[in-house]
Write a protein that binds this ligand. Structure first.
Ligand code: SIN
Length: 533
């Protein structure tokens, strides 16, 4: 029995307060907000997030959102660049759909009042790695995600059909016989449970960077959605493909703050400590190579020099442009004594984005009835083995919208509460959740990083199995305990998928299988073993 069913068994669901709605959306990044807005045209929506509404991966997105809107750009070029970055694993139909509908959705964002930056009144576009054109829209310089979130949230707040639930952690999906009926929440405002039953449920909970020690992701990115859907029986796809962002601030005591790829797009150089540009040694496209190539090149250079970080050098760029384009990066670096107009920024790669996730079709449908997934939590096949920069906000926007337009049964079916056994006594082991989390992050960072090998992957699987035996058996009552269970679950799916893929491709590099194999030009699929004890 999956772990949370044990928890549900211990809860008398009939006594838990109930909300019924047409659509439940879990998650408040660009995908969740877009889904809720689209769904609100067709009926009532409950929009839940485990933290505050501004707290999502989307809010922290800097570089921007890619869309073929510039005069010299075409859908075909956007599709081609995305497929090339994805190293043979992209689903072309999904990519094309994103590029086409993405233009429409981005125009809607403009109409809604998103303050995208402009030059002489026209939209301004920047460039990032792997893009053959300047096609990245940005807002407030380097605070694109925050501006989009604020715009969408403003619209949500003025939509009477959307009932918002802040600080509501989804403990588990209510599912039975291959269909989803909503979710059980822990309302952390008051420490009580809430049942939301819905005709359709959209999981849009974002990423899982917190599974790793070094990540650009905020504390909320604990992989909850993948774990929720996995426990409900949905298939996860391509979990081995975890993207490292090449340039995150590397200073003792500072957060692994993202230094946007757009900084290189505006001309910054990557240099070693001797001040030499090294990217051309490893890739013809230099600093603007796709992200996997830049991260791998940085590690090769660090191995060659024995140094522990490389630097981003902006000193040759007009200081006025730096101030205008990167006010946020400039002010965060200034907190640590760096003036980015004069001082090279010390950087290293850190975990940034999950290409894999819950398998969905072009309508964001999972393989569980009435259950949809959109945004980083989903795997539409768009990103393949390596995501092209700034395609993630676009994917969330397009597929969140599609999920929101999903058909839902006319009346909300009631969850068959009485199928559960009751009154299972809580176990109450003494468990230091913080210690489990720290140990997990150390393990994944050591063994699931940019370069992997079979021996360490096997060790990871065995270690996780041992930890999961007692951590997943625990009946937690608080969010950190539930989160650590989710983190272990998704770490295991990453480790198993990485062990299974005996080749190197995109963001998945195996030192024991350094070549890309035509036999592996296929997706990895993972689903819970329903017969496991
Ligand atoms: C960045 O600004 O470099 C991040 C953009 C992205 O992850 O696509």
């Amino acid at each position: 029995m999956p772990v949370r069913e044990k928890f549900l068994s211990a809860v008398d669901l009939e006594t838990v307060p109930l909300i019924r709605t047409r659509m439940l959306v879990i998650g408040c990044g660009i995908a969740g907000l877009s889904a809720a807005l689209a769904a609100s045209r067709r009926g009532p929506v409950a929009l839940a997030t485990k933290s505050a509404f501004m707290e999502s991966n989307t809010t922290y997105a800097q570089g921007g959102i890619a869309a073929a809107l510039a005069e010299d750009d075409r859908i075909e070029l956007h599709v081609r660049d995305t497929l090339e970055a994805g190293a043979g694993l992209c689903d072309e139909a999904a990519v094309r759909l994103m590029a086409e509908e993405g233009r429409i959705r981005c125009r809607e964002l403009v109409e809604m009042g998103t303050p995208f930056d402009r030059i002489d009144g026209d939209l301004a576009f920047t460039r990032e790695g792997g893009h053959s054109r300047r096609r990245i829209l940005h807002a407030d310089g380097d605070a694109t995600g925050r501006a989009i979130t604020a715009t969408l949230l403003d619209r949500v707040s003025r939509t009477p059909n959307i009932h918002t639930l802040e600080n509501h952690f989804a403990i588990d999906l209510l599912h039975h016989d291959g269909a989803c009926f909503g979710a059980l929440f822990l309302d952390t405002n008051y420490g009580r449970l809430l049942r939301v039953e819905a005709s359709a449920t959209v999981v849009a909970t974002g990423g899982l960077g917190q599974v790793f020690r070094e990540t650009t992701n905020p504390a909320v990115a604990t992989g909850d959605g993948c774990a929720l859907c996995y426990r409900a029986g949905a298939t996860l796809e391509d979990m081995e493909f975890v993207q490292f962002h090449p340039t995150t601030l590397y200073l003792a005591g500072a957060p692994r703050f993202l230094i946007s790829e757009a900084v290189r797009g505006e001309g910054a150089h990557l240099v070693n400590q001797a001040g030499e540009r090294f990217m051309r040694r490893y890739s013809k496209a230099g600093e603007l190579s796709p992200r996997d190539v830049v991260s791998q090149s940085i590690f090769k250079e660090l191995n060659r020099t024995g140094e522990s970080y490389v630097s981003l050098d902006l000193r040759h760029i007009d200081p006025a442009l730096i101030g205008k384009r990167f006010p946020n990066i400039m002010s965060v670096c200034a907190e640590y004594g760096l003036d980015i107009r004069r001082d090279p920024i010390p950087v290293r790669p850190a975990v940034h984005y999950m290409m894999g996730g819950v398998r969905t079709d072009l309508d964001a449908k999972t393989d569980i009835g009435n259950l949809y997934a959109a945004g980083e939590v989903a795997c539409t096949g768009i990103h393949g083995a390596n995501r092209l920069a700034s395609n993630s906000l676009l994917e969330g926007l397009v597929f969140g919208h599609r999920a929101g337009l999903a058909d839902a049964p006319e009346s909300t079916p009631a969850f068959p509460v009485n199928r559960l056994e009751r009154n299972m006594p809580p176990k109450g082991a003494r468990l230091d959740v913080e210690d489990v989390s720290r140990s997990l992050k150390a393990l994944t960072w050591r063994n699931l990083g940019v370069y992997r090998n079979g021996i360490h992957l096997l060790e990871t699987v065995e270690t996780l199995k041992a930890w999961m035996r007692y951590v997943l058996a625990e009946q937690f009552q608080m969010r950190p305990g539930f989160e650590v269970q989710n983190m272990l679950t998704v770490a295991m799916t990453i480790a198993e998928s990485a062990l299974g893929r005996a080749e190197s491709r995109g963001a998945h590099q195996r030192s024991d299988y350094p070549e890309t194999s035509p036999d592996w030009a296929r997706h990895s699929l993972t689903a819970i073993d329903k017969d496991a004890p």
